[in-house]
Design a protein around this ligand. Structure first.
Ligand SMILES: *Cc1c(COP(=O)(O)O)cnc(C)c1O
Length: 456
C-alpha cells in the first residue's frame, strides 16, 4: 500500500473540529481501547482477504481508490455523522452537498436544475425512471441491451414496461432498431448510456436527440460510469465526443462520483433539467419551493437517511480537484484513457489476441477475446478463463465478461460466428491514472500469462 498521509492529516483536522465543540461539557471516552484494538486487529486480518483494488496491477472491474482527501474528509465527518435527509440532521453537510452537486451540474452546462446525491447509481436511476413514469404514466422505458441490468429491474419495480434495443458491434444502441421501436409507439423514455458498464460504449445521444424531435420522448442519460468524460472531449473519438457534447439536452442525468469521481462507495447523483419535477416528490410544499435557495434535500429525494459524510467527502475532493477541463482531475481521466488506447494498440499488433473488430475502445475499458481456431468458441472462452487465472497468479487482476461472438469475429466470415451467442472475453477497466505508467508491467504479465496458456 502507498505511504498514507491520511492518519496524520486527519488527526490534525479532527483537533480543529473538536475545538469548535469545546464549550460543551466534557464526555468520558466512550469505549474500552484495549478491546477495540483487538477487534481492529481482527478486522485488518479479515480485510487482507481482498484483491488489491488500490494497486495499478488491479486492472479488472470498476474499482478506483478514493482520493486521500475523500477518505480523510469522510472520516472527519464521521465525528459528526450527519444525515443529509434534512438540514436538521445535516446542517453543514446539506449545504456542502448543494455546492458539490452544483459543481457537477456546471460540468453539464445547466444553470437551473433539480438534483442531489444518492447512495448509488442504481438508486439515482430509480429516481430518474420514477420521475419519467410520473411524467409519462403508462408509457414504456427503452434502453439498449447493453444498458445496465438494473434498468429492466427498476422498470419492473415501477411497473413500467421495459423494452431492450439491440446494440451494434461496439456495444452502442442501434439507432435504426431504436427508431423501429419508436414507431411501435408508447415509448415514454429512452435510457441513453454514455459509457456502458461492460465495454464503456457510448450511445449516439446526438442522433437520439434528432429522433426526439420527431417522436417526442424523455431522454434519461445513464452516465453513472462515463459522466466525467464530458471533461476530456479531446481524448475521445468523434462519435463519443458528439454524444458527450449533447449531454446537456438530456431530461435527466445520472453520474456516480463513487465510480470515476474518486469517492468511497455510497455516492451517486441524479440531476433533472426541469426543477419543476420536484412537484412529484412533494408532500407539503409548493413546488416553487424547490427552486429556492432553501432547498431541503429530504424533500426532493426518494431515500430518507443518507450519509452526509459522502457529501462532505465529495465537496472536499472537488475543492482540491475542481471539475474543469484541463485540470488535474481531467488529466487523471485522460491518463486512464491513454492507458486503454495503449493496451488496445498492443493487443491489435499481437495475433495471440482477438480485439474488438469494430475498433478501439470508446472510453477506458478494453475487452478482447482469445484467438479463434477452427470456429471453436468454447475453446476461446476456456482460453480467456485460463489467461485470466494465469494473470492472477502473476498479481495482474483482470475481469471476465460475456460478449457476442460477432463483436470479435464479424458474422458472414467463414468462422461461423453468430450474432447472438456469446464468448467469454477478458476485460480491463483502466480507470486509475497510474495505469498509464504501469502499462509496460501490465503487458509483461499479460504476455507471460498468455505464453504459459497457449504455449506461444
Ligand atoms: C455502475 C453502473 C450503474 C449502477 O450504479 P451503482 O452505483 O453500482 O448502483 C448503472 N449504470 C451504469 C452505466 C453503471 O456503470
Amino acid at each position: 500500500m502507498p505511504l498514507d498521509p491520511v492518519p496524520a492529516l486527519l488527526s490534525r483536522a479532527t483537533e480543529l473540529l473538536e475545538q469548535q465543540f469545546d464549550p460543551l461539557p466534557k464526555l468520558a471516552p466512550g469505549c474500552d481501547t484495549h478491546a477495540l484494538e483487538q477487534v481492529l486487529a481482527d478486522t485488518a486480518s479479515r480485510l487482507g482477504d481482498n484483491y488489491p483494488y488500490f494497486h495499478p496491477l488491479y486492472a479488472g472491474q470498476m474499482l478506483k481508490p478514493p482520493h486521500p482527501v475523500a477518505r480523510a474528509a469522510y472520516a472527519l465527518a464521521m465525528q459528526i455523522n450527519p444525515n443529509n435527509h434534512a438540514r436538521d440532521g445535516g446542517r453543514a453537510s446539506s449545504e456542502m452537498e448543494i455546492e458539490a452537486v452544483g459543481e457537477i451540474v456546471r460540468m453539464f452546462g445547466w444553470s437551473e436544475f433539480l438534483g442531489h446525491l444518492t447512495s448509488s447509481g442504481t438508486i439515482a436511476n430509480l429516481e430518474a425512471l420514477w420521475v419519467a413514469g410520473q411524467v409519462a404514466p403508462e408509457q414504456r422505458i427503452v434502453g439498449s441491451e447493453q444498458a445496465h441490468y438494473t434498468h429492466r429491474r427498476i422498470s419492473a419495480v415501477l411497473k413500467l414496461d421495459f423494452a431492450s434495443i439491440p446494440a451494434d458491434n461496439r456495444g452502442r444502441m442501434d439507432i435504426d432498431a431504436l427508431e423501429a421501436e419508436l414507431r411501435r409507439g408508447k415509448v415514454g423514455t429512452v435510457v441513453v448510456t454514455l459509457g456502458t458498464t461492460a465495454v464503456g460504449a457510448v450511445d449516439p445521444l446526438d442522433r437520439i436527440l434528432a429522433l426526439r424531435e420527431r417522436y417526442g420522448f424523455r431522454i434519461h442519460v445513464d452516465a453513472a460510469y462515463g459522466g466525467y468524460f464530458t471533461l476530456i472531449p479531446e481524448a475521445l473519438e468523434e462519435p463519443a465526443r458528439r454524444a458527450f457534447a449533447a449531454i446537456g439536452h438530456a431530461d435527466s442525468i445520472v453520474i456516480d462520483p463513487h465510480k470515476h469521481g474518486l469517492q468511497p462507495y455510497g455516492c451517486g447523483c441524479v440531476l433533472f433539467r426541469d426543477p419543476a419535477v420536484g412537484r412529484f416528490y412533494r408532500h407539503d410544499s409548493p413546488y416553487t419551493y424547490f427552486t429556492s435557495k432553501q432547498l431541503h434535500l429530504g424533500e426532493i429525494s426518494l431515500e430518507c437517511s443518507r450519509a452526509g459524510a459522502a457529501a462532505v467527502a465529495l465537496w472536499a475532493t472537488q475543492r482540491l480537484l475542481p471539475l474543469v477541463p484541463g485540470s488535474a482531475f481531467a488529466r487523471g481521466l485522460a491518463a486512464g484513457r491513454a492507458a486503454a488506447m495503449e493496451l488496445d494498440r498492443r493487443l491489435r499488433q499481437d495475433d495471440r489476441f482477438a480485439p474488438l473488430a469494430a475498433g478501439p475502445p470508446e472510453l477506458d475499458i478494453v475487452v478482447w477475446a482469445a484467438p479463434l481456431h477452427g470456429a471453436d468458441f468454447r475453446k476461446a472462452s476456456q482460453q480467456a478463463q485460463d489467461v485470466f487465472d494465469a494473470c492472477a497468479a502473476r498479481d495482474l487482476h483482470l475481469a471476465l465478461v460475456q460478449l457476442p461472438q460477432s463483436w470479435f469475429w464479424p458474422v458472414g466470415q467463414e468462422n461461423g460466428a453468430d450474432s447472438r451467442p456469446s464468448v467469454t472475453c477478458l476485460r480491463s477497466v483502466l480507470m486509475k491514472p497510474e495505469h498509464q505508467a504501469w502499462m509496460g508491467r501490465i503487458w509483461e504479465r499479460l504476455s507471460a500469462a498468455c505464453a504459459e496458456v497457449s504455449g506461444q
